[in-house]
Every structure is written in structure tokens, then in C-alpha cells.
Design a protein around this ligand. Structure first.
Ligand SMILES: Nc1nc2c(c(=O)[nH]1)N[C@H]1C(S)=C(S)[C@@H](COP(=O)(O)OP(=O)(O)OC[C@H]3O[C@@H](n4cnc5c(=O)[nH]c(N)nc54)[C@H](O)[C@@H]3O)O[C@H]1N2
Ligand SMILES: Nc1nc2c(c(=O)[nH]1)N[C@H]1C(S)=C(S)[C@@H](COP(=O)(O)OP(=O)(O)OC[C@H]3O[C@@H](n4cnc5c(=O)[nH]c(N)nc54)[C@H](O)[C@@H]3O)O[C@H]1N2
Ligand SMILES: [Mo]
Length: 810
């Protein structure tokens, strides 16, 4: 989230599109209720189903799965046409005036530079035009045909209300009503918040869905302001922490980059980071990158990291491709290229698409280690469930080891919520049986591997032997020790660079903020954005002071919010160019003539003059971006692309299948279905009563939702002769499942491109372990394709067929 859960109470309009907060985030949803009660806020829901959020909304519109970009570009077009633009914000805080290179353009739903062979874009032309002074050329009049504003207008021109209706199946009057409600938030004193999750991310162009809404929020002047922002509703209670600490193959902690193979040494790696400012006097915050990276390396290798050896840079693994994401890893496994797989807190046999392919992949492993508190389907992938899962158990040679772990309630530590708050929690119960914490298991394995290396040697020994492991109990580092390490400390006495002789940190002292980090090896800190979470004053994450003197919902003394305890990112943009809040009744921060003061930690140096420094200091141009330059692999503007399996052709380019640069492997192309064989659009989702695949182990949850079902409209039921509560077979190009049919008016047929499109809703929560009845969900059916930028599988839009049928007895 750019903002936080508690900030949602400050909004005037909540748009839930691409998520179902009332169902999947029922606790956080209370802040929507607060906004409705105290501000009279309205709630809009746009979803293929009239879901639980829709049932408490003020206005609902249906949409065909996988068409949100068309909808959002349509809203932007409408706002521009009707002058619903917060001009002071747009002119000063976005890149509308900057000129783009003359060789940039688009045609047939594609941008310049596409190479069919490699299925990728050469992005060279997706850049600003630079002047002789090295700065971006700016046209304040916004008239130049190549300025971002003119390009944006031209880009969205095709997305008329008729186009939106035709593609999305959203009735034109409903679409226009939503445009009007959204347009009202273009004034400085009205804000809209976007709450989204998987309905947007789980598409082959998921990242572009989110950019689409981010652009709309910029147009309305809603980024950085209270009650505004882009608010991703994160999933598992600590999934925000997962990306923060860099548990993706291409990330190092704090959203630093893992080095690539061609970045042969530390200097080469650093030469492309720490961007030079693109506007005069601009602060470009990534110029501090080296301080964060060196402090991270000092944490990893301790005394072994020195200036001479590039802080141990050589010992970091180097990527030979852009990333090793889940889809790629399982694809490699299916080709026999992976021998050993550690599966820790993950149940991919149920959670990843194309169960047939996954089962085959696991069958090729030599060793599968599953670390989990429960017995999972993945650990039992080799079991033959007959007609549901035709596995030849006897032929599988994979050895499976299960290591029982504790779960969060049995250990202390911090979880990071969607609003970036690191909240400490304490153990509530004693772990059962022989369960051990994940930390203890990993530490134990590490110590044994280290001993083997010491005694026998092996490949790349430095990585294992040079690791700093100075914990009190090497077999069980404590959560407190690890948290302090994430925060970082001074290794020697540190002096003020401006005022020699002035000591600012004692040797051994915990840092109080990332501003204290050094690039000379005198500080540690594994994750710069977390610095401040455990200072010399103790554990900031354990703070539980819920006072909120300003009433702004910032709760500055409750837990710790990264970065720097800031509650609203980009909050400098909540004020006008002179530093006065757009809406004085909702003040986050303001400029008092000398300093930034107020109710949140300013997102800019406290003495930075508002007229001199642009508010978006993480971007070297100092502004936010309508035109995203080379940031995204599939285009600098979001453009409508159909899902890989779609009932209709893309009107921008009828010959184009899916997203032309999406993650996709050759072997899976043959496994894509077409609408003549599979006429219905399937989507998948969660229910409040279950949490993924764990709660079916619990009898109480299993009783509340005991049995796998699919949801269909009354019209589709009539068309196929399916009765309420009857059994159905649902099949795709990749597999088949049987389920109970829930026939409901919550799903209605949509009219798209002159066709009637039916949606089949498939909840995710069943499997073959636990107390609930056996059932095989959407991932027996879903395609093995993913988003072009972050590779999230296309779980939310694919094609199926359906008929009334009893499952055959195995
Ligand atoms: N009770 C419970 N809560 C949970 C979880 C759980 O398992 N159980 N899981 C947690 C996790 S890990 C996550 S990531 C979050 C997910 O939170 P959400 O994303 O809110 O959950 P979903 O139910 O997957 O999907 C949300 C909605 O997207 C809609 N949708 C599908 N396709 C499209 C589309 O193309 N466009 C639009 N606009 N909408 C579409 C679906 O109909 C559904 O209503 O929930 C978390 N909370
Ligand atoms: N079709 C379709 N597929 C989807 C989705 C969808 O919407 N549609 N949603 C996707 C999303 S967003 C998600 S997040 C995934 C969820 O998929 P998973 O993350 O695989 O699902 P969980 O059941 O949450 O599995 C987590 C496992 O972690 C274990 N666990 C709990 N606590 C601990 C612990 O402290 N240590 C260890 N080692 N293990 C622990 C649990 O027992 C459980 O077995 O599913 C994805 N798959
Ligand atoms: Mo998730």
C-alpha cells in the first residue's frame, strides 16, 4: 500500500476493483465502514461476480475477467474529455510536460521495438528526449505532440464508452455512472482510494492493470494524499515482508537488485544504479544505493567483507537470466533440470496452475523436502486419486522428507501488513510434538553443510564459510537477533562527515534510520527500509500506543512502518507547490516556511524547499509517471490485451494472442484451448470461511464450507441443463474436475463483441488432505502462463466447458 489500512477512513470514495476486501480482508474492511460512517464515503465495486464486497457497496458494475485495462483507460479518457483533472497536481507532480523520443510510437495494440522471435520489446525508444544539458526537455504548455500529455490523450482515445462496453461487457450506463463518481474526486478536497488484490495481479498483464489505476489516481491528484493511494491488499499475513526482505530470485533486501552475470564486479554493478537527477536541483534518492548495498554485504559477511574484495560482492549468486520465478522453476523441474526442491510453507500442487504438469515435475525430482506444520498435498503428490489424478505411484522415484515446523502462533517475530507496518507478536502456545521453528531447521542444516565444507571442501566454499553467523546459539538464532540485524548497527565509532570530530554513533550502537548508513564498511543493516525498527531505544515494532492526536489515523507510536516510520508514501504530494495541504482539514504534513512539520514523517528532507525539489524523490525526474519509460516489459502505457484463453479477439489486433511478452514456455502453447471447444470464461477466488489449503484441516472450518463447488448463472444452468446443487464436470484443455453446482444470480451473462459470455466461478480451497471433503479446484484447469513483469500466473481468466455429470467411480 502507498497508504495504510487505518488511512482508508479518510477517503471519500472507495473503489474495490480486482479484489474482494469484504470477503478476503474482512478485518481491514472495517476502515471502509469507518469512511462510510464518518465521511459519508461511497463504495464502488467492479467485479465479474456480485460478491460480498458488492453486497455492501453503493454502486456495482460487472466486468469480464481480464479486461480491466480497457475499463481504466476508458475512465481516464472520460476524465480528460470532461476535464476531471486536478491540474495543479498533474502539472507540477507528474511527467505530463516531458518530451518523449521521436522514434517512440504504437500500432495495432503494440509499441515500437517488438521482436517476434524473442517475444520481447527493444525498449530503446521508450524514453524521454534529453536536452544538451542532460536534463529532460519539458514543455510547460503541454502542446508539443510528443509531450507525455499529448501522447496519453492519443493513447486513450480508442477507449470510448462503447469500446469499454463491447470489450468488458460492462453496460455503458453503469460505466458512465462510475466515471462520474470517480470524476468528482478530481478536486483537491475529494479523494478516492483504490483497494485491489488478485483480481488485478493474476493476469498475464497484471502489472499493467495496476499501472492503469495508478495513472488514474495521478490524474485525480490522489497519490500521496490522505484517503488516496494505490492500496494492494496483501495476502498471507507476512507476504509484504517476503518481498521487502528480497525473497524473490531477482531481489536483494529493500528492493535492491540481485546482480546479473555480466555485472562482473561491485563497481560495474553500482555503475547502473544511483541514477543521476533528470531535472535541475532534483534529489534522486537512489544515489544512496551504495550505502544500502554495502551495509547489506557487511551484514552477510561481517569482517570478511572489505573494500579490497568489493565487500564480498563476488560471493553473491549472479543471475544468468532476468529471474527464476515459480513458473520457470516448475518448468525446469518438469524437464528434469532440478534435483532437489525445498518446499517451505508452500503447497504448489494445489496453489500453482496445471496440476498435471506439476505432478509430472515433482515426479522427476530426486529429493523433495517439505517444511510445514501440516501434511500437505504437495508432500503427498505421489498418491493416486484415481479419476481425479491419474498418477502411477509405483513409477515415481522421488524421495520425500517432511520436516514438521511450528506456525506463527508458536513463535515470536514480526509480520509486515499491507500498510508496511512491522508488528511484533509473541508466542501464544507451545509447539506440538517434534515441530521446530523454520529458523532452527534452517540453522541446523546450515551448520551441518558448513561442517561438511570445513571437513571435505566443495564448490564455491566462500559463500558458505564466509557467512557471518555470530548468534548466541548458532543452532537457533533468535527472532530478536535477526530483527536487530535487519535494522543494522555501527561497527566502529561513526563521526559526522560534515563536522569532523562530532561522534554520531558509538561502536555497536543500533542505527536509528537509514540516513546513518555508510558506504565505507562502518555500518551494517540487512534491509535498509527496515532501519529504525530496532534502534538503541529497543524494539519499535513492539510499540502498542494507539493514540492518534491528529485524528488522521497515522498512529505514529504503534509498531514501525517502513520506511522511516512513514505512514503515507509520497506524502509530500499531499501539499501544493508551496507546501500548503490541498485539504487543510486533512493535513498530513505542511511547510512552515523552514521545515516540513505535521502528522506524518515527511517523504522529503525536512528542510527541502517545496518550490525547489520535486516530490517523487525515488524517481530521478522528481515527478511521478504517466509514461513509465522502460520500467515495464510490456509497454510504457497500459494497453488492452486479451487473456491467453479468451472468448473474443482483441479489437486492437485480432491476430494477437494474450500479452505478446508474457511469461510463457513453448511446451505450454499446445495446452491452450480456444473458445469453440471451451466457450466459458472461468475465474477463481477465495471464501472467508477458509484460508487457502490449511483450514480444511480444521473441522470447524470444514463444517462451514465442507464441499467443493462452482458458481454459475441461472442462464448458463438453463443452457446446459444443470440443476441447483447438481453435480457437474468442468474441463479445460489441461484437465477435468467434478463439483457441486451453485446456481446463482450473483453471476450474470455479459455481452461482449456481439456474443453472450458466461462466467464460471471456481473457489480454490479444496484438496485431498484434511477434514473437508476431497475436491480438486481451479488449478487442475488453469493455464501455465504468467504476467510479463512479475510472472504471476493467469489464475483469473481462462476457458472451460461444463456439463451435468456424476463423477465416475475410480
Ligand atoms: N478468508 C480468506 N482470506 C484471505 C485468503 C484466504 O485464502 N481466505 N487469502 C489471502 C491471500 S494470500 C490473498 S493474495 C488475498 C486475495 O484477496 P482478493 O484478491 O480480494 O481475493 P480473490 O477472492 O482471489 O479475488 C478477488 C476478486 O477478484 C475477482 N476477479 C476475478 N477476475 C477479475 C478481473 O479480471 N477483474 C476484476 N476486476 N475482478 C476480478 C473475483 O471475482 C473476486 O471477487 O486474500 C487473503 N485473504
Ligand atoms: N487458481 C488460483 N490459484 C491460486 C490463487 C488464486 O486466486 N486462484 N491464489 C494464489 C495465491 S495469492 C496464493 S498466496 C497461493 C497460496 O498458496 P500456498 O501459499 O501454497 O497456500 P497455503 O495453504 O497458504 O500454504 C502455505 C503452507 O504453509 C504452511 N505454514 C503455515 N505456517 C507456517 C510456518 O510458520 N512455517 C512453515 N514452514 N509453513 C507454514 C501451511 O500449513 C500451508 O501448508 O495460492 C495461489 N494460487
Ligand atoms: Mo496470496
Amino acid at each position: 500500500m502507498t497508504n495504510s489500512w487505518t488511512d482508508i477512513k479518510n477517503t471519500d470514495l472507495v473503489v474495490i476493483m480486482g479484489g474482494n476486501a469484504a470477503e478476503a480482508h474482512p478485518c481491514g474492511f472495517k476502515w471502509v465502514t469507518e469512511a462510510k460512517h464518518h465521511r459519508g464515503a461511497k463504495l464502488i465495486v467492479v467485479d465479474p461476480r456480485f460478491n460480498r464486497s458488492a453486497s455492501v457497496s453503493d454502486y456495482y458494475a460487472p466486468i469480464r475477467p481480464g479486461t480491466d485495462i480497457a475499463f481504466l483507460m476508458g475512465v481516464i479518457r472520460w476524465c480528460i474529455e470532461n476535464d476531471k483533472v486536478q491540474w495543479d497536481y498533474v502539472r507540477n507532480y507528474t511527467n505530463v510536460g516531458y518530451l518523449v523520443r521521436a522514434d517512440f510510437g504504437w500500432q495495432d495494440g503494440m509499441f515500437t521495438g517488438y521482436d517476434e522471435e524473442t517475444r520481447s520489446y527493444d525498449q530503446t525508444s521508450w524514453e524521454y528526449e534529453l536536452g544538451d544539458d542532460g536534463y529532460v526537455v519539458n514543455d510547460e504548455t503541454l502542446q508539443h505532440p510528443r509531450c507525455v500529455w499529448q501522447l496519453l490523450k492519443a493513447h486513450v482515445d480508442v477507449y470510448t464508452p462503447e469500446f469499454v462496453e463491447n470489450v468488458c461487457g460492462t453496460p455503458k450506463d453503469r460505466f458512465l455512472k462510475i466515471c462520474e463518481m470517480i470524476g468528482e474526486c478530481s478536486t483537491p478536497t475529494k479523494t478516492m482510494t483504490s483497494m485491489y488484490a488478485l483480481g488485478w495481479t493474476q493476469h498475464s498483464k497484471g502489472s499493467q492493470n495496476i499501472r492503469g489505476m495508478a495513472m488514474l489516481q495521478l490524474l485525480l491528484g490522489n497519490i500521496g494524499v490522505p484517503g488516496g493511494g494505490m492500496n494492494a491488499l496483501r495476502g498471507h499475513s507476512n507476504i509484504q515482508g517476503l518481498t521487502d526482505v528480497g525473497l524473490m530470485s531477482n531481489l536483494a533486501p529493500g528492493y535492491l537488485a540481485m546482480p546479473r552475470e555480466n555485472e562482473v564486479d561491485f563497481e560495474t554493478y553500482m555503475s547502473t544504479r544511483g541514477n543521476q537527477p533528470l531535472r535541475p536541483n532534483q534529489m534522486s534518492y537512489w544515489q544512496n544505493y551504495n550505502k544500502f548495498m554495502v551495509s547489506f554485504l557487511k551484514t552477510l559477511w561481517g569482517d570478511n567483507a572489505t573494500a579490497e574484495n568489493g565487500w564480498g560482492y563476488d560471493w553473491l549468486p549472479k543471475l544468468d537470466i532476468a529471474e527464476y520465478d515459480g513458473l520457470r522453476m516448475f518448468d525446469m523441474m518438469s524437464k528434469g533440470e532440478v534435483n532437489v526442491y525445498f518446499c517451505q510453507g508452500f503447497n504448489p500442487i494445489l496453489a500453482f496452475p496445471n496440476r498435471g504438469k506439476l505432478t509430472e515435475a515433482f515426479s522427476k525430482l530426486k529429493l523433495l523436502v517439505v517444511m510445514d506444520p501440516l501434511e500437505t498435498e504437495t508432500a503427498s503428490f505421489w498418491e493416486n486419486h484415481g479419476i481425479h489424478n491419474d498418477v502411477d505411484t509405483a513409477s515415481i522415484q522421488t524421495e520425500v522428507l517432511e520436516l514438521p515446523t511450528t506456525c506463527f502462533a508458536e513463535d515470536e517475530g514480526a509480520t509486515v501488513n499491507s500498510g508496511r507496518w512491522l508488528q511484533w507478536h509473541w508466542a501464544g502456545v507451545t509447539p506440538p510434538g517434534s515441530a521446530k521453528t523454520d529458523i532452527a531447521i534452517m540453522a541446523n542444516i546450515y551448520q551441518r553443510v558448513r561442517k561438511l565444507y570445513e571437513e571435505e571442501g566443495g564448490k564455491a566454499p566462500e559463500q558458505v564459510l564466509n557467512l557471518d553467523w555470530s548468534y548466541e546459539d548458532p543452532l537457533h538464532p533468535s527472532p530478536a537477533e535477526l530483527a536487530m540485524e535487519l535494522n543494522g548497527r555501527a561497527l566502529v565509532d561513526v563521526f559526522d562527515p560534515e563536522e569532523p570530530g562530532k561522534k554520531i554513533l558509538e561502536a555497536g550502537q543500533q542505527l536509528s534510520g537509514f540516513g546513518e548508513m555508510r558506504d565505507d564498511g562502518t555500518t551494517t543493516g540487512a534491509c535498509w527500509i527496515y532501519t529504525g525498527c530496532w534502534t538503541k531505544d529497543g524494539n519499535m515494532m513492539a510499540r502498542r500506543d494507539n493514540s492518534d492526536p491528529s485524528g488522521m489515523g497515522t498512529y505514529l507510536n504503534w509498531s514501525f512502518s517502513w520506511p522511516a516510520n512513514r505512514r503515507v508514501l509520497y506524502n509530500r504530494a499531499s501539499c501544493d507547490i508551496d507546501g500548503k495541504p490541498w485539504d487543510p482539514s486533512r493535513t498530513l504534513i505542511e511547510w512552515d516556511g523552514e521545515r516540513w512539520v505535521g502528522n506524518d514523517v515527511p517523504d522529503i528532507a525536512v528542510t527541502a524547499n517545496p518550490r525547489e525539489v520535486g516530490p517523487f524523490i525515488m524517481n530521478p525526474e522528481g515527478t511521478s509517471r504517466f509514461f513509465s519509460r522502460r520500467l515495464m516489459r510490456d509497454g510504457p502505457f497500459p494497453t488492452h490485451m486479451e487473456p491467453f484463453e479468451s472468448p473474443v479477439a482483441n479489437p486492437l489486433n485480432p491476430g494477437m494472442r494474450g500479452n505478446p511478452v508474457a511469461r510463457m514456455f513453448e511446451g505450454d502453447v499446445a495446452q491452450l484451448g480456444t473458445s469453440d471447444e471451451f466457450p466459458f470464461v472461468a475465474t477463481s477466488y477465495r471464501l472467508t470461511e477458509h484460508f487457502h489449503y490449511w483450514t480444511k484441516h480444521n473441522v470447524t472450518n470444514a463444517v462451514t464450507q465442507p464441499e467443493f463447488f462452482v458458481e454459475i448463472s441461472e442462464e448458463l444452468a438453463a443452457e446446459r441443463g444443470i440443476r441447483k446443487g447438481g453435480r457437474v464436470r468442468v474441463w479445460s484443455k489441461r484437465g477435468q474436475i467434478w463439483a457441486k453446482a451453485v446456481v446463482t444470480r450473483r453471476i450474470r451473462p455479459l455481452a461482449c463483441d456481439g456474443k453472450q459470455v458466461h462466467v464460471v466461478g471456481i473457489p480454490i480451497h479444496w484438496g485431498f488432505k484434511g477434514a473437508a471433503r476431497k475436491g480438486f479446484g481451479p488449478n487442475t484447469l488453469g493455464p501455465f502462463v504468467g504476467d510479463a513483469n512479475i510472472n504471476t500466473p493467469e489464475f483469473k481468466a481462462f476457458l472451460v466447458n461444463i456439463e451435468p455429470a456424476e463423477e465416475p467411480v475410480a
